[in-house]
Design a protein around this ligand. Structure first.
Ligand code: AGP
Length: 609
């Protein structure tokens, strides 16, 4: 994942850019660079492949660079290998214009060939360099005009930061890739992620697609593509920068696991008023809610797993069909939708490309979209008809944890809200579920107190080369997430399997030494779960079971090891039971010496660069 930071003001830009890039490091990158401009020294560009520290060392922390305007970038290669030449910023042939870019210029080959035929020579393999060269081609003494010309030519996605020698302004442009503007006391900022600038300002605004911004030391002006000035709404970032740092924990993933009780309080409690679920600013009317006849859930990865749990819970509460689809499949599946279909789009980042594309397809087909998103102002949040934020704070570890549990809570709350509006939920049940919701964070804290037991079991089983997560119904839905967590960060091959389906072939893979994590929290199917445990034990598997307090006794007689969670309404079982599975994956990965926060070849979410 690439990161952008930019600054123009009354103090040297380089240290600010380097500090901003430091806060973006968690996103994963393979090279870093900055460009700064001053009248005395002109445009200076320093970039290198490898760690940010290498760049910091080259420029001695930036203190020798006097320019008060600059742009910085961390790159995750897509076009061209990680190398110094392919690192950003990219510079026009005449050395006047520097560009940083997130996204993909889809028609870059065409533009490159055209410019080469006019004698322009390129120094990198990237798509981004065409933007710099094209800017030089159109430049007639006004960089803003040149940007407007270039945006007419390039196709694809971009968040762009541009500076030009001789001009005291920084230009930004956005399409399908996030870009944030920050209003500071001593200058103004640009960033692809708010963590890069909140050390300097909390007064920000989120650029929309098609907008161009001009930043100078005194202010920011945002324009539409026709260069008509726009009035942008400011947002205040109310979380602390420490929330984006490790806060004393060894890994972001562990910190975020531990934050879950608090994150759930933040998601749920402000939305409870006198025992009722209140959802803010929904444009979905009561009439629309009553006329709904189907819900589609679309998402990727862990967010999709939330959807699988959501299907069980929403169907239970609403008694209307719920179809859950992987966004990458949905977008090409010619799905059947109409105005009475509610399309629930789930995404932590709000920037996942497949999810965005699936949402657009759902809208095109006439569905009504409601997004559950963590990142405020993200693309999916902005394009959905309605948005509910999880309010979980920044999630930095690649392996999602608190986003999963808070998304689940919000889906459940949405289910209660819709069921109430449709008049299909018994008042006593509604009350009981709300009471359970209020008790959930404290129960989760109890689960977190069992961390040492989980750590011990991880030390016992971390060497297994094949792990099965099995369960039925809600326990099966949860097994998907347990398995993904383990394989994602520990690189152990793992499968999640509907326990009742094992006997139809896959049981042949279960043999002496196979670790089976048997999830048996759903009381209604506990006996079935027990018979599956007995079956896999008879084949020599090691069984680590996860069940509720009241079933611990009988499970202990059968499984090799047992983890427990407190009782709760089934609707909340996966949000509680996911915690031991997250911790198990975390400790297994720790034992195996894996890079937990940035597992190999994985970015936080699969968005455009
Ligand atoms: C899970 O740990 C992963 N980070 C991944 O599966 C993630 O949930 C998926 O890429 C979707 O991301 P999103 O929620 O930001 O859309």
């Amino acid at each position: 994942m690439c990161g952008i930071v930019g600054f123009v003001g009354r103090q040297p830009a380089a240290p600010i850019l380097l500090e901003g890039l430091r806060h973006l490091e968690y996103r994963g990158y393979d090279s870093a660079g900055i460009a700064v401009y001053s009248e005395e020294d002109g445009l200076e560009v320093i970039k290198t492949s490898g760690r940010l520290q290498a760049l910091i060392d080259i420029v001695s922390g930036g203190k020798e660079l006097t320019g008060t305007m600059g742009i910085g970038h961390t790159r995750w290669a897509t076009h061209g290998e990680p190398s110094d030449a392919n690192s950003h910023p990219h510079v026009s042939e005449d050395g006047r214009i520097a560009v940083v870019h997130n996204g993909i210029i889809e028609n870059y080959m065409e533009i490159k060939q055209l410019l080469q035929s006019k004698g322009v020579s390129f120094s990198s393999d990237t798509d981004t360099e065409v933007v710099a060269q094209l800017l030089e081609y159109y430049y007639r003494g006004d960089i803003l005009q040149a940007v407007v010309e270039v945006l007419r030519v390039i196709e694809g996605s971009y968040a762009l930061g541009i500076i030009c020698a001789g001009e005291g302004r920084l230009i930004a442009a956005r399409k399908d890739s996030p870009l944030i503007l920050g209003y500071g006391e001593d200058g103004n900022f640009l960033a692809s992620d708010v963590t890069a600038i909140i050390g300097h300002t909390r007064d920000v605004c989120y650029m929309d697609d098609g907008e161009i911004a001009v930043l100078d030391q005194d202010g920011i002006q945002v324009y539409n593509a026709m260069l008509e000035p726009l009035q942008k709404e400011h947002s205040y970032v109310d979380w602390e920068i420490s929330a984006a740092e490790k806060g004393g924990y060894e890994h972001f993933m562990f910190k975020e696991i531990m934050e879950q009780p608090e994150a759930i309080r933040k998601t749920a409690f402000p939305r409870l008023d006198s025992g009722k679920v209140v959802l803010e600013n929904l444009s979905l009317t009561d009439e629309m809610i009553r006329s709904l006849h189907k819900i589609h859930i679309i998402a990727c990865g862990s967010s999709y797993h939330v959807g699988v749990v959501g299907k069980y819970n929403l169907e239970r509460l609403l008694r209307i069909p719920v179809e859950v689809s992987l966004a990458s499949e949905f977008r090409y599946a010619n799905p059947i939708l109409d105005a009475q279909s509610l399309v629930l789009v789930i995404s932590q980042s709000g920037e996942t490309l497949d999810t965005m594309a699936a949402m657009r397809e759902a809208k095109r087909l006439g569905g009504r979209t409601l997004a559950i998103v963590n990142v405020v102002g993200s693309s999916i949040a902005k394009e959905a008809d309605d948005v509910l934020y999880t309010w979980a704070g920044p999630e930095i570890a690649v392996a999602t944890t608190k986003a999963y549990s808070t998304q689940l809570i919000l889906v459940d709350m949405l289910g209660l809200y819709l069921a109430d509006k449709r008049g299909c939920i018994d008042k006593k049940l509604y009350k009981r579920i709300v009471r359970e919701l209020l008790e959930l964070p404290a129960k989760m804290e109890r689960v977190l107190e069992t961390t040492e037991d989980i750590k011990y079991y991880a030390s016992r089983y971390f060497n297994n080369s094949s792990v099965f997560f099995i369960g039925r119904n809600l326990d099966y839905a949860l097994s998907l997430e347990g398995s993904l967590k383990l394989k994602e960060i520990s690189y152990i091959h793992s499968e999640s399997y509907a326990a009742g389906e094992l006997k139809h072939g896959t049981i042949s893979l279960i043999e002496k030494g196979t670790l089976v994590v048997a999830i048996a929290t759903y009381t209604a199917l506990f006996e079935k779960a027990m018979s599956n445990v007995i079956e896999v034990k008879s084949r020599g598997a090691d069984v680590l079971a996860l069940t509720t307090d009241s079933h611990a006794g009988s499970m202990e007689n059968t499984a090799d090891a047992v983890l427990t969670i407190p009782e709760t309404d089934p609707i909340f079982l996966p949000s509680l039971a996911v915690v031991p599975l997250q911790l198990f994956a975390y400790y297994v990965a720790l034992h195996r010496g894996c890079d937990i926060d940035k597992p190999r070849n994985l970015a936080k979410s699969v968005t455009v660069e």
